[in-house]
Design a protein around this ligand. Structure first.
Ligand code: IPM
Ligand code: MG
Length: 368
C-alpha cells in the first residue's frame, strides 16, 4: 500500500470543520487498505496571520513543496479586514498557487440528480449536468505587474491591475483542457474577451493554433466570457470542458456552482506541470470560501471538501476506483435524502457537518 504525504491547511471560518470530515475519510481509506497517508497540519490565512503575522509561514510553504498533495480548507473573514494587503488571508492561498506552480485549476460542476431541486434553476436545465471548468490559475490579472495604487498628486489616485498572458501559459492550460476533453465529451469551449482585450486576442489565436496542431480530433468552440456567463444559466448542458483565464474562471465557476445546487458542492484541483516521472504538485480545495457567518455552528456542507479529496485520489494518487467509490457514496447519501442546510430544498430535516461526514463514511463502508 503506497503512502502519500499530505499537508492539511484548514485555514479559517468553516475550513477547520470541513477539514475534520476529510480527515475521517482519509483515515477510512487507510483502514480499508486503499492507501495510507502521512499528514502534517499547517496554518494558512487569518490563522497563520494570527500566529506568524504572515498569511503562510516559510515552514508551511516548505511542507507544501514536499507534500504529495496540499488539502486546503478556506481562508479569510471580517476579523482580518484591516490587515495589510500583503499579508491578508488570501495572500497565503495565492502564494501557494504561485510558488507551487499550480497553473491548472479543475472545477467540475456536477448536478447530482437528488439535488436538481436545490438549484435556483429549473430541474430540466441542471439535471445530469457534468461540466469541467479549467481555469488558468497562476497568470492573468491576479499576478500581472504593475499592480498598485498610485497617487496622481491632484487629489486623485489610480488603481492598476495588469492582465497579461504569454503564449506558453495559454498553450499549457489549453493542453490540460484538450486532454481532459478527450476522456469526457471531446468538446472544449475556450472563453475570453477578444472583442476588448489584447490578451483575449492572443488567447484565441494560441488556442486555435494548438488545436489545429495537436488536438484536431477534439471539437473546439469559442465564446466570449460575458456570453458564456449567460449560456451557463440558459443551457449549461451544451458545455463539456470550458477553458478560460484566471479572473473569468473565478467568476464563471461561482456561477457554475449554483447549477449544482450549492457552492457547498463544488470541489477543485489545482495542478502543476508534470515532472519527469509524471508527478505534479497539487492542491485540493473546495470552491466555497470560509463562510464566517456560519462558522463554528456545524452548518457547513463538507461535500465540496470531501469531493476535493476525491479529486486528490484521482489526480495525484492514481486511485480512480477509490475516487469513484467516494463519489458514489456522496451520491447515495444525497439520494437517501440527507441534506445540510445549504442544500435543504424541500427536505424536512437537515443534518450537521459531522452527521453528513459520518453518513458518507457509513455509505463507503457499505459499498466498499
Ligand atoms: C477562488 C477564490 C479565490 C480566488 C480568492 C479567495 C482569492 O475566490 O478560489 O475562487 O479569487 O481565486
Ligand atoms: Mg472564487
Amino acid at each position: 500500500m503506497a503512502t502519500y504525504k499530505l499537508l492539511l491547511l484548514a485555514g479559517d471560518g468553516i475550513g477547520p470543520e470541513v477539514m475534520t470530515e476529510v480527515v475521517k475519510v482519509a483515515d477510512w481509506m487507510a483502514k480499508a487498505g486503499i492507501a495510507s497517508f502521512e499528514s502534517e497540519n499547517g496554518l494558512v490565512g487569518g490563522a497563520a496571520y494570527d500566529a506568524h503575522g504572515k498569511a503562510i509561514s516559510e515552514g508551511d510553504m516548505k511542507l507544501a513543496m514536499e507534500s504529495d498533495a496540499v488539502i486546503f480548507g478556506a481562508v479569510g473573514g471580517p476579523k482580518w479586514d484591516a490587515v495589510p494587503y500583503d499579508v491578508r488571508p488570501e495572500a497565503g492561498l495565492l502564494r501557494l498557487r504561485k510558488d507551487l506552480g499550480l497553473f491548472a485549476n479543475l472545477r467540475p460542476a456536477i448536478c447530482y440528480p437528488a439535488l436538481a431541486d436545490a438549484s435556483s434553476l429549473k430541474r430540466e436545465i441542471v439535471e445530469g449536468l457534468d461540466i469541467m471548468i479549467v481555469r488558468e490559475l497562476t497568470g492573468g490579472v491576479y499576478f500581472g505587474e504593475p499592480k498598485e495604487i498610485i497617487d496622481l498628486g491632484n487629489g486623485q489616485k489610480r488603481g492598476i491591475d495588469t492582465q497579461v498572458y504569454d503564449t506558453y501559459e495559454i498553450e499549457r492550460i489549453g493542453r490540460v483542457a484538450f486532454e481532459l476533453a478527450r476522456k469526457r465529451g471531446n468538446k472544449v469551449t475556450s472563453s475570453e474577451k477578444r472583442n476588448v482585450m489584447k490578451s483575449g486576442v492572443l488567447w484565441h489565436e494560441v488556442t486555435n493554433a494548438l488545436h489545429k496542431r495537436e488536438y484536431p480530433d477534439v471539437q473546439l468552440d469559442h465564446m466570449l466570457a460575458d456570453a458564456l456567463g449567460m449560456q451557463l444559466v440558459r443551457w449549461p448542458k451544451q458545455f463539456d470542458v470550458i477553458v478560460t483565464d484566471n479572473l473569468f474562471g473565478d467568476m464563471l465557476s461561482d456561477v457554475a456552482s449554483m447549477l449544482t445546487g450549492s457552492l457547498g458542492m463544488l470541489p477543485s484541483a489545482s495542478l502543476g506541470e508534470a515532472d519527469k516521472n509524471g508527478k505534479r504538485k497539487a492542491m485540493y480545495e473546495p470552491v466555497h470560501g470560509s463562510a464566517p457567518d456560519i462558522a463554528g455552528q456545524g452548518l457547513a456542507n463538507p461535500i465540496a471538501m470531501i469531493a476535493s479529496f476525491g479529486m486528490a485520489l484521482r489526480y495525484s494518487f492514481n486511485l480512480g476506483e477509490a475516487a469513484d467509490m467516494l463519489d458514489k457514496a456522496i451520491a447515495n447519501v444525497l439520494a437517501s435524502g440527507l441534506r445540510t442546510a445549504d442544500i435543504k430544498g424541500t427536505a424536512a430535516t437537515t443534518v450537521s457537518t459531522t452527521q453528513m461526514g459520518d453518513a458518507i463514511l457509513a455509505e463507503l463502508q457499505k459499498i466498499k
